[in-house]
Design a protein around this ligand. Structure first.
Ligand code: AMP
Ligand code: ZN
Length: 141
C-alpha cells in the first residue's frame, strides 16, 4: 500500500525499533509511547482496520501480541499489560494499517501514565443496554 507508514516500516524504507518478526507479523516500539515499553504488532500484509483484516492475519497478530505480553509481564518488569485496538478515526485510529497496541502497565502509579477513560463502577442505563443488545442480536442473526 503506497503512502502507508506501517507498510514502509515492514518494507524497511522507514525506520523502526524492531521487537519481533514472524512470517506474517512485525512488532516495533511505538514512537510516542503511552507508557514505557509501549509497542505495536502489525500484519505485514496491509489491512486498514479490524473490520478489514482477514482471519489469518488477525489470528497471527493476536497470537504474537499474546506472546509479547507474556514476555513483558513474565520477563520484564511490567505488572500487567493492556492490548488496545482503535478502529476508525472516531475511535482514536490515526494510522490506517491494522495494529494492536501492547502497553505494559506498572503498579507504581508514578511510573504508570495511563488512566481509564471511563468511570469504573458507575452503572449504565439498563434500557440503553437492553436496546443495544437487542439490536445487535438481530444484526448478528
Ligand atoms: P492509533 O492511534 O491506534 O492508530 O495508533 C497509531 C500509533 O502509531 C500511535 O500510538 C503512534 O504513536 C504510532 N506511530 C505513528 N507513526 C509511527 C512510526 N513511524 N513509528 C512508530 N510508531 C508510530
Ligand atoms: Zn499499510
Amino acid at each position: 500500500m503506497t503512502n502507508c507508514i506501517f507498510c514502509a516500516i515492514v518494507a524497511g524504507t522507514a525506520p523502526s525499533v524492531r521487537v519481533s518478526e514472524t512470517e506474517a507479523t512485525y512488532a516495533f516500539m511505538d514512537i510516542a509511547p503511552g507508557n514505557d515499553g509501549h509497542l505495536l504488532v502489525i500484519p505485514k500484509r496491509h489491512s486498514t482496520d479490524l473490520l478489514d483484516i482477514d482471519a489469518q492475519d488477525l489470528t497471527a497478530v493476536t497470537l504474537e501480541a499474546q506472546r509479547i505480553a507474556r514476555a513483558v509481564v513474565g520477563d520484564l518488569d511490567a505488572d500487567g499489560v493492556n492490548l488496545l485496538n482503535c478502529c476508525g478515526a472516531d475511535a482514536w485510529q490515526t494510522v490506517f494499517h491494522f495494529h494492536l497496541h501492547v502497553i505494559p502497565r506498572y503498579a507504581d502509579r508514578d511510573r504508570d501514565r495511563l488512566r481509564l477513560p471511563w468511570q469504573p463502577g458507575v452503572p449504565g442505563d439498563r434500557q440503553v443496554m437492553t436496546d443495544f443488545a437487542d439490536r445487535l442480536s438481530v444484526a448478528l442473526g
